[in-house]
Design a protein around this ligand. Structure first.
Ligand SMILES: Cc1cc2nc3c(=O)[nH]c(=O)nc-3n(C[C@H](O)[C@H](O)[C@H](O)COP(=O)(O)O)c2cc1C
Length: 207
């Protein structure tokens, strides 16, 4: 196939799309949409989110150095978009979206009950590479997962959560049908058939 070449741009696709909740020092909450996010390290578990300095969330997270990543199901896609086009400077997005906030376990920021997976994070380092976004490198302290995504063997089924991805300006559901698993190309059989144990540090699935 003949290819066309494009100048450097944000062509990595698809990427996750998440709702990030945070609090400021006064205890006020905000939520915004983030697509520039990813896992950086397994041990310790680190993820990053990239935030433009003009976002209210940038201000809040810099103040408290904590936030929560909430993974939305496809039924929330309209709210995901809304939280990405309206700023907490003018809109009370949490109220408008009717989100139920639950108290964080290890961080002060609340998590969104309506999202099936919530990841509590503590900022370790803020990189300012000089571009449009600052990069918040953060440790994952704990994760809350809806019980209906965990089977009787304690295997966590992210595929049951109807999660969505962001691809070049558009939102897509994730196809539920598995097309492979870690190491299957070399016939690797996983211990306990890929069980991810709750609270286990040995998250072999995602290494
Ligand atoms: C799909 C999508 C992805 C986005 N990803 C990011 C991102 O990774 N980083 C960022 O700073 N802004 C991102 N935005 C824009 C912010 O979510 C948006 O400016 C929001 O209004 C900021 O809210 P706040 O001022 O209340 O913090 C994204 C928006 C959308 C719709």
């Amino acid at each position: 196939m003949k290819k066309q070449t494009f100048n450097g741009s944000t062509m990595l696709s698809p990427v996750p799309v998440v709702l990030v909740t945070s609090k400021n020092k006064k205890g006020e909450s905000n939520v915004f949409t983030v697509a520039w996010t990813g896992i950086m390290s397994s041990e310790p578990p680190l993820l990053y989110i990239s935030i433009r300095p003009e976002r209210l969330s940038h201000e809040y997270i810099t103040e408290t150095m904590e936030f929560t990543v909430n993974l939305p199901s496809k039924n929330l896609v309209k709210l995901v978009d809304y939280c990405g086009v309206k700023s907490g400077r003018k809109n009370n997005k949490i109220k408008e979206c009717n989100f139920t906030l639950k108290k964080g376990k290890k961080v002060k920021s609340d998590y969104i009950e309506e999202c099936p997976i919530n990841i509590e994070c503590k900022v370790k380092n803020i990189l300012k590479p000089g571009g449009s976004h600052d990069i918040f490198i953060s440790e994952i302290l704990c994760t809350h997962i809806n019980e209906d995504l965990i089977d009787s063997n304690q295997k966590i089924h992210f595929d049951w959560a109807d999660l969505i991805v962001y691809s070049h300006g558009e939102y897509f559901p994730i196809n539920k049908k598995r097309i492979g698993s870690f190491g299957f190309s070399v016939g690797k059989k996983k211990k306990n058939d890929n069980i991810i144990h709750k609270n286990s540090k040995k998250n072999s699935n995602l290494k």
